[in-house]
Design a protein around this ligand. Structure first.
Ligand code: PMV
Length: 327
């Protein structure tokens, strides 16, 4: 059967960086994120006795052998659950640039997990889908539930999954994504996670700090307190990038343009507009603010030379099945 799923990328307020179990992708800490309604991956999967091998294609993009292998490994996990020997055809499409620090592997593996398990007729709960997605790409587990999401770190595979703390409409915040580069990042996050735990002197202190920040940001989200949430999410972004920059080899994901956007965010705040930045494993900057400030933030961003695109995201539902098949 052919199945198609759509899944959103997420932006973390408290980041996932470093694993306590590489193979099971168990994170060192819990993380907190929102799903992004304009950064989606659509994936169609068909398992069939007619296919002689697995195939994977991303429409409009090149796929590397490494990416293909990672997808086929994930298909093996899902096939094993059904004891199926059928090969699959997988076709994906992203609504945003791949590999530029917007978690395309997160939305990608969430969509793949939901579409592939449906194609094989597996009936999995949201928790089971989140666990399965995590094995493909850690942050993918957060793209399965909707809205404001917590990934509980857990100590075993069955304990490490994401759930929705609040539905998408709970708090009218937006993520204004300033794209300063759409080039694929040089060091993948899989390599970065391992470097963090093994080489950065700031990794351990950050892990200890994150345990406190998690409970503070949950309070801020519950109370819809943007000033508090913003302060915490910026702090953890800087902590995570300090870990990256002090890894060996050092990972510098920011560019000069990234700094230009950060300075603009500071200027906005000086003008009483509550806007806060966070950045994943790439140079692009996510600005978190309340929906009512969107036009002011966007018009200020447009004044920065070299911004390639601005994507305005609201929080949205998690991964879901649709009948808009890609083949
Ligand atoms: O799921 P991965 O291995 O691509 O890791 C993503 C990590 C960050 O995007 C940098 C942070 C996060 O929590 O999303």
């Amino acid at each position: 059967m052919k199945s198609t799923a759509t899944a959103p990328a997420s932006i973390a307020f408290i980041k996932y960086w470093g694993k306590k179990d590489e193979k099971l992708r168990l994170p060192e800490t819990s993380s907190i994120s929102i799903n992004l309604d304009k950064c989606l991956t659509h994936t169609t999967v068909e398992f069939s006795p007619n296919y002689k091998q697995d195939t994977f294609e991303i429409l409009g993009n090149q796929t590397t052998e490494e990416e293909k292998e990672r997808v086929y490994k994930h298909l093996n996990r899902i096939r094993a659950l059904k004891r199926s020997s059928f090969y699959a055809k997988v076709v994906s499409q992203n609504t945003f640039p791949k590999g530029s620090g917007i978690a395309s592997s997160g939305s990608g593996f969430a969509a793949l997990t939901v579409a592939a398990s449906s194609s094989l007729g597996l009936k999995l709960s949201e928790k089971e889908l989140s666990i399965l997605a995590r094995l493909g790409s850690g942050s993918a587990c957060r793209s399965v539930p909707g809205g404001f999401v917590q990934w509980k770190e857990g100590n075993t595979s069955n304990e490490s999954y994401a759930y929705s703390m609040y539905p998408p409409g709970y708090w009218e915040i937006v993520d204004i994504l300033a794209i300063v580069s759409d080039k694929v990042k040089k060091t993948s996050s899989t390599i970065g996670h391992a470097l963090a735990t093994k080489t950065s002197i700031f990794h351990k202190p950050r892990v200890e700090e994150v345990r406190k920040l998690i409970s503070h940001i949950k309070t801020a989200i519950r109370n819809k307190d943007l000033t508090l949430a913003g302060e915490i999410l910026e702090k953890d972004c800087i902590y995570m990038h300090s870990v990256m920059m002090t890894s060996k080899p050092a990972l510098f994901y920011w560019s000069g343009k990234t700094m230009d956007v950060i300075h603009k965010v500071h200027a906005l705040r000086a003008n009483k507009i509550p806007a806060f930045f966070t950045i994943d494993a790439g140079p692009n900057v996510h600005i978190i603010t309340e929906a009512k400030y969107t036009s002011q933030v966007v018009s200020e961003l447009k004044k920065i030379p070299g911004i390639k695109d601005i994507i305005i995201n609201k929080t949205c539902r998690g991964a879901y099945l649709t009948n808009k098949h890609l083949f």
